[in-house]
Design a protein around this ligand. Structure first.
Ligand code: F6R
Length: 599
């Protein structure tokens, strides 16, 4: 949550910072600010609201070649102009922006800042006030390192010293931060996407590092002052990956990209002989395990539920799937040789990371399935499998979910092959069929828009039911709908509804029922009859070959284990249109952020 940027060079920094923040808005969008430095000192502009609001507040006639910026998702203190970053020290000498949470800020304030009048309710202000206090008798670099050594928690920080025009200081611990390199300028950003407008060459920073960034040099130091050398890398990102192009929303673009992502995943995991391949070390780690523990949050958790079916049914390995935020303090009895699989689109989710930290302390092997190469959870795990879905920018996850499922299916199939389990289907061919089926579904947008109108135009609530794999997808369908349209929605196992929740069914309550699993098709049809008898408005989404008269959507036929990859597409599109019809902000729903870096 929160995104930070910084620029030092020859150009006017304002526009570069604002454009960078626009690209980081997915990380938080309740308030934003920039601080720019010129011969008149440091000028701060900050506003409650979006970057567009900040843009209006920034004065055209202030010019500067150095600046820092921030877009916020509030943790400490309500979203308002005072709590928006940048924050400044008492004398105005230091100005900083911060992404993360300082857990011991109260203690530090009590111990070191008695008598200092705080302007905001943020933990961040404590950092900048401490810095000013320690700068008495220390250089800024020393005072900054000393301050950092006292902080418990997570931070990515960019700092301006009004007495040092030629420098931006930055630091990182647990929150993402990169330094971007250019000719006669350097930049810093929470994410390479933010600065792709000016450079694609980056240096990765590690936890507990402080960096002195000048327009023509970058010096990384550890907190003891020792200097660290590190090579830069070229970010494999294209501006078109992160632009909406002609689409009205990123979510629609990302839904449409799913057939291509399926094909890209196959390509990425194929070797020169066109055979699927993953790192032998990963296969052997999975083979050695007597049980897999999948840890994830939100949509990634829902993908994990599908992954469990794959590892158990295709490869014969027992699997438990856990919600990351629960697992951390309520760990079940573990098997003798567990392998932990973290599923996380962003690779930054704090709930998942805190489990990873605990699991590493216990000495267990860890594998991360993520979309972001070099992300924190990926770097800290023993192994990584990449999703190859391309940047996902809409807050509601779509293509990352289907990519997660596809990568888990491929992995399970390879493990099965490796251990001599018979697999009676060709996964490459089947994912090819899925890609074509997805294409047919994303091409039927008008039909999906009509379904959203027919079933969701005025409703307060909606239910999604399914059995077996369809139950996993029901939960994802409900999450998609509620997060972007604010319609109260629940995903239920078809058979469970009658044990209480059926009391909520009233005349016209929409119930979306998935019927893609032959073994339970009669049962789910029975559940539909139960809700219809109580007045529900059923929308049945059935697999070709299992359809009945009156069904609303017929899904093209795919392998029964791969149905989650296609049954979710109508649910994504229906949610998208429901959000649109209700005038909600599709890509940036209220109260949310893309990368949830607080526990
Ligand atoms: C919902 C959504 C979230 C994320 C969750 C975990 O559309 O995107 O539920 O799935 O916050 O995020 P990652 O996968 O980045 O760990």
């Amino acid at each position: 949550m929160c995104g930070i940027v910084g620029y030092i060079g020859e150009l006017d920094s304002k526009e570069i910072l604002l454009k960078g923040l626009e690209k980081l808005e997915y990380r938080g969008y309740d308030s934003a600010g920039i601080a720019v430095r010129n011969e008149d000192g440091v000028t701060i502009f900050k506003e409650k609201g979006r970057i567009a609001d900040l843009r209006l507040a920034v004065e055209d006639d202030v010019h500067s070649k150095t600046g820092i910026g921030h877009t916020r998702w509030a943790t400490h203190g309500v979203p308002n102009q005072i709590n928006a970053h940048p924050h400044q020290s008492e004398s105005g000498r230091y100005t900083l922006v911060h992404n993360g949470v300082i857990e011991n800020y109260h203690i530090l304030q009590k111990e070191h800042l008695q008598g200092v009048e705080m302007k905001s309710d943020t933990d961040t202000e404590v950092i900048v006030q401490l810095l000013e206090k320690f700068s008495n008798g220390m250089t800024t670099a020393e005072a900054f390192r000393h301050t950092l050594s006292l902080l418990h928690g997570s931070y990515a920080i960019a700092l301006l010293d009004s007495e040092e025009a030629q420098t931006i200081y930055v630091a990182k611990n647990k929150s993402p931060l990169l330094v971007g390199l250019g000719e006669d300028f350097n930049v810093v950003a929470s994410d390479a996407m933010a600065m792709l407008q000016v450079t694609n060459e980056y240096i990765e920073l590690h936890d507990q590092e402080m960096v002195i960034v000048k327009k023509d040099s970058v010096e990384i130091q550890k907190l003891d002052g020792s200097i660290v050398g590190r090579e830069s890398y070229i970010a494999e990102l294209d501006l078109s990956d992160i632009e909406k192009g002609t689409y009205p929303h990123y979510m629609l673009k990302e839904i449409d990209e799913q057939p291509a992502v399926m094909r890209k995943i196959i390509q990425a995991y194929q070797n020169e002989q066109d055979e699927l391949e993953i790192d032998d070390a990963i296969l052997s780690a999975i083979n050695k395990a007597d049980r897999l523990y999948i840890i994830a949050a939100g949509t990634s958790y829902h993908a994990g539920l599908v992954g469990k079916e794959y590892f158990e049914k295709i490869a014969g390995i027992p699997v438990e799937v856990h919600i990351a935020s629960e697992f951390g303090y309520n760990m079940p009895l573990l098997s003798e040789n567990p392998l932990f699989i973290f599923i996380t689109q962003s690779g930054e989710t704090a709930d998942s990371r805190q489990v990873l930290v605990k699991i590493k302390k216990l000495g267990h092997t860890t594998l991360t399935v993520t979309n972001v190469k070099g992300s924190t959870i990926s770097r800290e795990s023993d192994y990584t499998l990449l999703l190859h879905a391309g940047p996902e920018i809409a807050v509601a996850s779509t293509k990352a979910y289907t990519a997660q499922i596809a990568v888990l299916a491929i992995t399970a199939a390879l493990v099965a092959k490796n251990t001599g389990h018979s697999v009676d289907f060709d996964i490459v061919q089947e994912i090819g069929i899925v890609a074509n089926a997805m294409q047919a579904l994303v091409d039927s947008k008008e039909e999906m828009e009509q379904v959203a109108r027919d079933f969701l135009a005025t409703t307060r609530n909606a239910f999604f039911i399914g059995r077996n794999l369809d139950f996993c997808v029901s939960m994802e369908g409900a999450l998609k709908l509620k997060e972007i349209s604010y319609i109260q929605a629940e995903g239920f196992a078809g058979g469970e509804l009658k044990h209480g929740t059926i009391a909520l069914i009233e005349d016209g309550t929409p119930v979306f029922a998935l019927a893609t699993q032959k073994a339970v098709s009669l049962n789910i049809r029975g559940n539909v009859k139960e809700v219809v008898a109580r007045g529900a408005n059923p929308c049945i989404i059935a697999m070709e070959g299992m359809e009945e008269e009156g069904d609303t959507i017929i899904l093209p036929k795919v392998h029964p284990l791969l149905t989650p990859l296609i049954s979710v597409i109508p649910l994504q599109l229906i949610s998208y249109y429901a959000s649109l019809h209700r005038d909600c902000d599709v890509d940036k729903p209220r109260n949310l952020a893309k990368s949830v870096t607080v526990e």
